[in-house]
Design a protein around this ligand. Structure first.
Ligand SMILES: [Zn+2]
Length: 221
């Protein structure tokens, strides 16, 4: 074999190696994209820390805010109970997260329905009266999860457990703006006087919450 053909044979071998490396690189990038954390509709993560009754940290540092529920803040009654319930259900477990139309909130936290061992954790918290259903205008109201959560809240109201058993100063009536999910005391400062005539009225707070409303964070009815 001549020196020339030896050299061209080596050159073509190098060319094939470069092509093979490029193909492998492209395939790897595509694979990583496909298994990336936000690709599949039901992703699996490990819960590494429980922050409070409705927020957990996932292995790797991402935070997940449990969608459509709101649990007591630190220093509020039943804060510890809500946090303990979530800890018992989820800490150290592999979580299945189902996302709705909005994947992250403005703080960069993931927003989702949390499932552990096939249990719908958001629902269990409401079932025990340790949080309120908390919907937004852009919540997927048609989703099955929303009706499951509302049903759980109704059962907790009927059974008078958790938050539903706490004594509260009752108002003569409660108000909610049309197309809003927040319920207010009649004197709430976040309602303009001109708004009040447009509001829907409820004679008890439970009546509004039975429909899926949640307490305004300002007047805390
Ligand atoms: Zn209010």
């Amino acid at each position: 074999m001549g020196r020339k053909s030896k050299r061209s044979g080596r050159r073509s071998a190098i060319r094939w190696i470069i092509i093979a490396v490029l193909v492998i690189l492209i395939l790897t990038v595509r694979l990583v994209e496909e298994i990336g954390p936000e690709r599949s509709p039901s992703d699996r993560f490990v819960v590494s820390k429980v922050i409070d009754g409705d927020t957990v940290e996932l292995l790797g540092g991402d935070r997940l805010r449990l969608l459509s529920i709101d649990t007591p803040e630190r220093d509020d009654p039943l804060y510890d109970e809500a946090r303990e319930l979530l800890t018992g259900l989820a800490l150290g477990k592999t979580a299945d997260i189902r996302f709705a139309n909005r994947r992250r909130d403005r703080y960069g936290r993931l927003l989702g329905y949390l499932y552990v061992d096939s249990l719908f954790v958001n629902q269990i918290i409401l079932e025990n009266g340790l949080g309120y259903l908390y919907l937004f205008k852009d919540t997927d109201l048609d989703r099955e999860e929303t009706s499951q959560l509302l049903a759980a809240q109704r059962r907790a109201i009927d059974r008078k457990v958790g938050l539903w058993a706490l004594p509260r100063e009752a108002e003569e009536y409660y108000l909610a703006l049309p197309n809003s999910f927040r319920m207010h005391r009649p004197g709430c400062a976040s309602l303009r006087p001109s708004d009040k005539s447009r509001c829907r009225r409820f004679s008890t707070r439970e009546e509004g919450m039975y429909e899926g409303l949640s307490p305004c964070r300002n007047c805390c009815p």
